[in-house]
Ligand binder design. Structure first.
Ligand code: DP6
Length: 367
């Protein structure tokens, strides 16, 4: 079923003169992100129930190359071949075709082309890392780059990013925040002028320098398939008794967090970060039906991190996405001490000893 979309970017004029069109390609690298205030619960067409804010990452990214040429047949459908790590992938192809079909009111030229996408992730495919943020933002950037190649309509960087963020959001909510360097904020809030439920905005000006080089070490507690997808998890928020208080809490926390980001108050930042991670998982455990995505080793690692922080007085805090893996967030100045602790105490608890050493990144890159 095709959902009804009323899109601010609907534009029936974006039709190309295919006779003059040559084969060409666009390619983007786009990073994943880790939310500090979490997006959990949505309504309408991919609109968030509360504002969220995340660090854009650096080492965990998706590379996507989209090659196109004019369609030879006359059919009106989306013509796409899809390769993931150079292998044809039918499951991903179907998902992307569905998505592209849904957004043809924004990019009507998609029906005029034969397209081939090659996509790959920098992190191991089975690492249990959420890849929708990096993959959907990379795809959205490619689509906007195509539009600009054809029509020259997005040569203003701000306009380009805004539309890419909007389109990424339609693919996966959290993806809209990956478009920006440093921090991305998504959701209308009186705290931030220009913020919107429809796209994310970059949030760097009011951030203390200690957060510009923050580290994120991602510890792979388990690589198994998640038992409940994010999509299903969001849907379960609709029947969750704690949903409304949670959305209010997120707004209040955002206020406190933004102040801490500004002043460089790492302790307040860390308290909110951990509380948000546990709140997210508490919401899963109080859904109907309830479910648990943390694994025994996630919990063991959480306890070790909290103990290490207390004993050594080192500001290191954990976060969790909708999965079992821990993100350890800490200032760059603490890197040596934290890495020594990770190596000796946490790596043995990671599946196959796997972890990803990441940090706050500069945002997407045109390839
Ligand atoms: C737990 O963005 O994956 O990572 O919009 O259905 O694609 P969809 O959901 P998704 O939700 C992930 C939420 C989260 C928290 C966050 O990133 O804010």
């Amino acid at each position: 079923m095709i959902e009804f979309l009323s899109l601010m970017y609907d534009n029936p004029k974006l039709i190309i003169e295919t006779a003059a069109l040559k084969e060409n390609a666009v390619a983007w690298r786009s990073p994943s992100n880790i939310a500090i205030i979490k997006y959990w619960g949505k309504h309408g067409v991919q609109l968030p129930r509360n504002p969220s804010i995340s660090f854009t990452l650096d080492q965990a990214y998706t590379d996507t190359k989209l090659a196109y040429r004019p369609k030879r047949g006359a059919d009106e459908g989306i013509a796409l071949d899809f390769f993931f790590h150079d292998e044809p992938n039918e499951a991903f192809r179907k998902k992307i075709v569905q998505f592209l079909d849904k957004i043809t009111p924004i990019f009507p030229f998609l029906r005029q082309l034969e397209m081939t996408i090659h996509s790959s992730n920098s992190f191991p495919h089975s690492a249990g890392i959420a890849s929708s943020a990096s993959s959907m933002s990379a795809l959205a950037l490619c689509l906007c780059a195509m539009e600009d190649q054809f029509f020259g309509t997005l040569n203003n960087i701000e306009a380009f990013r805004k539309k890419a963020s909007y389109v990424a959001r339609l693919g996966s909510g959290s993806a809209c925040r990956s478009i920006y360097e440093g921090l991305g904020l998504w959701g209308k809030t009186i705290e931030v002028e220009g913020s919107s439920d429809e796209f994310a905005v970059g949030y760097t000006a009011e951030v203390h320098e200690i957060f510009h080089t923050f580290q994120d070490t991602i510890l792979i507690a388990s690589k198994g398939e998640k038992s409940v997808s994010s999509r299903a998890g969001h849907a379960l928020m609709e029947g969750n008794a704690y949903a409304n208080p949670r959305y209010d809490q997120a707004r209040r926390r955002l206020h406190t967090l933004l102040a801490a980001l500004k002043t460089g108050d790492v302790e307040t930042f860390g308290r909110i970060t951990e509380n948000e991670a546990l709140t997210l998982h508490a919401l899963m455990m109080t859904s109907n039906p309830p479910y648990i995505l943390m694994r025994p080793n996630s919990l063991k690692m959480i306890e070790l991190v909290q103990q290490f922080r207390k004993d050594q007085n080192v500001p290191v805090y954990f976060s969790l996405d909708a999965g079992p893996n821990l993100h350890l967030l800490y200032p760059e100045t603490e890197k040596e001490q934290v890495m020594a602790f990770i190596q000796s105490e946490l790596v043995p608890l990671c599946e196959n000893g796997e972890y990803i050493a990441d940090q706050v990144g500069k945002g997407p890159l045109e390839l």
